[in-house]
Ligand binder design. Structure first.
Ligand code: FES
Ligand SMILES: [Fe+2]
Length: 451
């Protein structure tokens, strides 16, 4: 295999340099090998909590989950729980804790309420965080509650249909922290999408092992061999952006260059044609034509269905633009859907994390319009967007029904975690297909080295 091909894969060499598709200039992140202790040690876990999780912008949820005034959801991370509410004054976020004796205030994951009543002594709060009522107020000496203790606010900002929170005392503006070019996420109209599935499952590794596994396509040929027929794993374009952000463009609808047969329209390609509205039985092209024909078909279908693909280039119609936002998110960007995955630290165990995924799709009136089958949404999923499903929670030994590919990752990650513990392992050695991992670690070091 030609190593130059791997290093310099470019999806569209004709893309103008200012386009979102253009290959970004290389970033030299060195060749350093990093310490493995941060994958196991409780001390490092605490350091990450104080220096990273409580200081950086984190995706708390989808803006479309707070459509009506009074809508709220709770975002749990580590030991904290954040209440995000749609108030008369816009979207606000608070620590989910009563100011009286510290009882957790809200226990439902989502709902619609303008007033929150504490389950301990029934103090109540407006959804703007304002203290509304102290039960038996006349039994308090006035000095104790003279400051009318409301809920403690957390910074909250919206970007491209996603709500971010930040627990820092004076956080930088979200726009400065994202790192992606303007218009990048906006092009996908995530603000018009609706959550159709939300799963939070516990996995047996450090959260960074999770991020790393999803930031490269190097492992597809071994862990996910079924993708060989439909994913150009060696033609992936890797791009690094400021602030630890990165993306990989994975061409879909073409066989892996590792495959001998580049002609046959295999079963996987047939399924992709079908998903794009092309009848595979009467298809006359070869495997090399499938990706392009999918792009043409989707562009044409979008017009018919009134879907807005105006800001998407042809490559975005077929390919997965897997986009990483530091520290813990990857969004699989597709014209039909956004697959938002968050790697959330466990409360106490550095060798566990929560893999939290939300699938958002553009609702369409046409009942025949569904997200591609390979996205692995279970049968019976309601694509109308009319009903926001509850988050499904799965423990470490439960099958989260995430589909074949993600199931393969869930099984492998604990094996990697275990191996990394060995006295014989001296730290990860990353190749150019893993350049996003190094980029992530350089940014992580920057946060962890802050005083
Ligand atoms: S702790 Fe909430 S009312 Fe007492
Ligand atoms: Fe994987």
């Amino acid at each position: 295999m030609n190593s130059k091909l791997i290093k310099h894969a470019v999806i569209n060499p004709d893309a103008p340099p200012e386009s979102l598709e253009a290959k970004q200039p290389p970033v030299d992140n060195g060749t350093e090998r990093y310490d493995t202790a941060p994958y196991f040690s409780a001390e490092h876990m605490r350091a990450e909590w104080s220096k990273l999780w409580t200081q950086s912008w984190l995706i708390a949820g989808a803006r479309s989950d707070l459509k009506k005034q009074g809508d709220y959801f709770v975002f749990d991370i580590g030991d904290e729980s954040i209440l995000v509410t749609h108030t008369a004054e816009g979207i606000r976020a608070f620590y989910n804790v009563c100011s009286h004796r510290g009882c957790r205030l809200v226990h439902d994951e989502r709902g619609n309420r303008n007033v929150f009543v504490c389950p301990f002594h029934s103090w109540s709060f407006e959804n703007t965080g304002k203290l509304r009522r102290v039960f038996d107020e006349d039994t308090f000496r006035p000095d104790v509650i003279a400051h009318r203790p409301g809920l403690t606010e957390v910074a909250c900002e919206e970007h491209a249909g996603l709500l971010f929170i930040n627990m820092a005392d004076s956080p930088e503006p979200l726009a400065d922290a994202i790192g992606l070019p303007e218009g990048y996420l906006e092009a996908y109209n995530i603000d018009k999408m609706r959550v159709v599935r939300h799963v939070r499952s516990e996995w047996g590794s450090n959260w960074k092992v999770g991020v790393e596994a999803f930031y490269e396509s190097y492992h597809l040929h071994t862990v996910h061999p079924e993708t060989n027929g439909v994913m150009g794993d060696l033609n992936v374009q890797y791009d690094l952006y400021p602030r630890g952000a990165s993306r990989m463009i994975v061409p879909l609808g073409q066989p892996s260059p590792r495959m001998k047969d580049q002609e046959t329209v295999n079963e996987g390609l047939q399924m992709m044609l079908q998903d794009a509205g092309i009848d595979p039985a009467s298809y006359t092209g070869s495997a090399a034509d499938v990706r392009r024909d999918i792009q043409i078909a989707k562009r044409e279908r979008a017009k018919r269905l009134g879907l807005d693909y105006s800001r998407l280039v042809d490559g975005q119609l077929s390919d997965s633009w897997a986009t990483g936002i530091f520290p813990n998110v990857q969004i699989g960007c597709h014209p039909e859907a956004a697959f938002v995955m968050r790697f959330l630290p466990h409360e106490t165990d550095p060798e566990r994390f929560y893999y939290d995924t939300m699938t958002l799709i553009v609702p369409a009136d046409d009942p025949n319009y569904t997200p591609p089958a390979w996205m692995g949404l279970p049968e019976g999923t309601d694509y109308s967007g009319a009903h926001r499903p509850d988050c499904e929670h799965y423990g470490i030994d439960e099958d989260a029904n995430l589909g074949l590919v993600l199931g393969q990752d869930a099984a492998l990650l604990p094996v990697v975690q275990k191996g990394m513990r060995s006295r014989g392992f001296k730290g990860q050695l990353w190749g150019e297909q893993e350049q996003r991992l190094r980029h992530f670690h350089v940014e992580l070091q920057r946060w962890m080295n802050k005083e």
